[in-house]
Design a protein around this ligand. Structure first.
Ligand code: DAH
Length: 366
């Protein structure tokens, strides 16, 4: 029986020295597993005489319980130590100084898009979106530019090899105007939306990047006329540039998706080498600058979007968000918008707390 005591002593030592739960499990298997040494001793009971068994059984059972108990105690101690260590490591030191000033900033394009959404929300416009990977039909055909239309050539389109479900090939949308069609088809009339987003053209210099941003506007209702268009654009531009002396000039133009079409100019002057919007372009020291394309939505577009053009009319407009940002905040190279240079962002970016609101002035603390 001295043998049992020796086994127990040895087991206790090894268990107390085990360094991990894995090592403990190996020991458990070694002693108490099916092939374990203590289990083997238990199996010898069956072959003993009743007298011998009566004497040895309690001792072998005692050994088994002692080993099992030692294993359980050690395991509990290890788990407690681990929890202790985690609690010690995860404490929050409230005496530490506050974190450094946040360095991130809001890109001027995002800021201007938020400003536009705020201004147009106040005029009752909802924000609509559409896919950047677009079907030829929505980007061109439904906007009254069938396959042979010369205006298509002006768009320097990036095409995919894939056939589009509605005809032609898939492409990266060249303007936000397809959102007009998608919105009319999905929601019917009346419509009052703006659609800001990314657009793509194969073009690159100081004033053109292959990806840029536009915002589209669409109003469809009964008895809408050019007067509504002019008032809306004037109200929008006054709110955006935060000046009452904004003067618009509407010039007859041509877009396939509007009839009649007008290009909208604003008067500006140059102060300290920067264009400053305001005043009539005909005033001394002033000139006109084109800022928007617009017009009354072409009947054919309304028809292709599933509405009856005898019942529903409307106006649309489109403009470049990046250009609006440059004009308002004074950047001169469009390419820098998309370089991701942190110094440029630190200079031109906005604080996340700078939420544009009409009451505070959209772009108040720029
Ligand atoms: N889609 C035109 C472009 O990218 C801009 C435009 C002009 C949009 C006139 C309009 C519009 O909605 O009426 O050049």
């Amino acid at each position: 029986m001295a043998e049992l005591e020796q086994i127990e002593a040895e087991a206790r030592t090894r268990i107390s020295e085990a360094e991990s739960l894995g090592a403990l499990e190996t020991l458990r298997v070694e002693y108490l597993g099916k092939q374990g040494s203590v289990s083997a001793l238990l199996k010898t009971l069956g072959k003993m005489s009743p007298e011998e068994r009566q004497e040895k059984a309690p001792k072998i059972q005692g050994l088994r319980q002692a080993v099992a108990g030692a294993l359980a105690d050690r395991k509990q101690a290890m788990e407690a130590a681990e929890l202790e260590a985690r609690l010690a490591a995860e404490t929050l030191d409230l005496s530490l100084p506050e974190p450094a000033e946040p360095k991130g900033s809001v890109h001027p394009v995002s800021q201007v898009m938020d400003e536009l959404a705020e201004i147009f929300a106040d005029l009752g416009f909802a924000v609509a979106t559409g896919p950047e990977i677009e079907d030829d039909w929505y980007n061109f055909t439904a906007l009254n530019m069938p396959e042979s239309h010369p205006a298509r050539a002006m768009h320097d389109t990036f095409y995919f090899p894939d056939q589009a479900p509605k005809g032609g090939r898939m492409l990266l949308r060249t303007h936000t105007s397809p959102v007009q069609v998608r919105t009319m088809m999905a929601e019917g009339a009346p419509v009052r939306i703006i659609a800001p987003g990314r657009v793509y053209r194969s073009d690159s210099d100081a004033t053109h990047t292959p990806m840029f941003h536009q915002i589209e506007g669409l109003v469809i209702d009964r008895d809408i006329h050019l007067g509504h268009l002019k008032w809306t654009l004037e109200t929008f531009l006054k709110a955006f540039f935060e000046r009452d002396d904004i003067v618009l000039r509407l010039r007859p133009s041509y877009f396939p998706f509007t009839e009649p079409s007008v290009e909208v100019d604003v008067g500006y002057s140059v102060e300290k080498g920067r264009r400053v919007v305001g005043g009539s372009g005909d005033a001394p020291g002033h000139a006109w600058m084109e800022v928007l394309g617009s017009g009354m939505v072409n009947r054919r577009v309304i028809e292709m979007s599933g509405l009856d053009p005898d019942e529903w009319q409307g106006f649309a407009f489109g403009t470049g968000v990046d250009r609006l940002a440059m004009l308002k905040y004074g950047m001169d190279d469009l390419r820098a918008f998309f370089d991701g240079d942190v110094r440029w962002m630190a200079h031109y970016g906005f604080s996340a707390f700078d939420q544009p609101t009409l009451s505070a002035g959209v772009g108040a603390s720029a």
